[in-house]
Design a protein around this ligand. Structure first.
Ligand SMILES: [Zn+2]
Length: 64
């Protein structure tokens, strides 16, 4: 679970998304400022902007 180490601030959230390409689900960091790729097919799931990530995958759930 290498994604877990990205929890650094309490304000941050994880979201569960579905890859638009291969339909596999994974949890990603909602405010990721780096590119997040699908673990299975490599499809880019977030598009980083200056302040927050733009999610390019289908959001299934937000972890609070
Ligand atoms: Zn995929």
């Amino acid at each position: 679970m290498k994604i877990m180490k990205q929890i650094r601030t309490t304000k941050s959230k994880f979201i569960r998304v579905r890859c638009p390409k291969c339909n596999s689900e994974q949890a990603i960091f909602g405010k990721a400022t780096t590119k997040v790729k699908c673990l299975k097919c490599g499809q880019q799931l977030t598009k980083p902007t200056a302040s927050k990530a733009k999610i390019k995958a289908k959001v299934l759930e937000v972890f609070k």
